[in-house]
Design a protein around this ligand. Structure first.
Ligand code: URA
Length: 213
């Protein structure tokens, strides 16, 4: 049997229908690695849609996006911004966990471009269904997926941009980057909070952070 190379979501704006169809997606080989498809979740018609890279170890086991260490940092940033997580839609560019064994651990592996492209129709379907005012991209994979090409996070972060699908976009770093820092994590977190606040303000949330940019 030929394995499709790009996902083919049903033509619907129903998130439950999309989620259920994505559960049996075989568009790329990553479904063999992951425990399950980790689809997006949150406010059905959220004004702010947050995109990460791919589920991590915890997310793969629990079946929910951003519930591991990076998710806790995202939660802290949303809390600092005054935006309830339930009012935001949170998803990933790739819906399966890609990993390699390292002893007993499963180590995150960056998804390949073809895997990101294979998964893109799911992200586009989620964006179509939620119809957010603003998309916040966490890190380069999310930014490339949403912007449709190579994007440098360092050059574009915090600037209001427009996606090819005509959505307002804000790009920032991935919270996992902050977790890896040996020094300067506090400053990096404060800048991350500023970017989250900027995206939230553009989306129409009243935020508790004053963005000085
Ligand atoms: N990192 C991501 O990009 N997404 C998750 O869901 C968790 C960690």
């Amino acid at each position: 049997m030929n394995t499709p190379t790009v996902a083919d979501p049903p033509h619907t704006h129903s998130l439950p229908k999309l989620r259920s169809a994505a559960a049996s997606c075989r568009a790329c080989p990553l479904w063999r690695m992951g425990t399950q498809t980790v689809f997006g979740e949150g406010g059905e018609h959220a004004a702010l849609l947050v995109v990460g890279e791919q589920p991590g170890d915890r997310e793969d086991i629990e079946g929910h996006p951003f519930v591991g260490p990076a998710g806790r940092l995202l939660d802290r940033a949303l809390e600092a911004t005054g935006v309830p997580r339930k009012d935001v839609y949170i998803t990933n560019a790739v819906k399966h966990f890609k990993w390699e064994p390292r002893g007993k651990r499963r180590l995150h592996k960056t998804p390949a471009q073809r895997e990101i492209e294979a998964c893109l129709p799911w992200l586009e379907a989620e964006i179509g269904a939620v119809d957010p005012r603003v998309i916040l991209c966490l890190g380069a994979t999310a930014a490339r997926s949403v912007m449709g090409g190579k994007v440098r996070v360092t050059e574009t972060r915090g600037q209001p941009l427009r996606s090819p699908l005509d959505k307002q976009v804000v790009i920032t770093i991935h919270p996992a980057y902050i977790l890896r820092l040996r020094t300067g994590a506090e400053e990096a977190f404060a800048l991350f909070v500023n970017d989250v606040a900027q995206a939230a303000a553009l989306a129409g949330f009243k935020t508790t952070v004053t963005n000085e940019d």
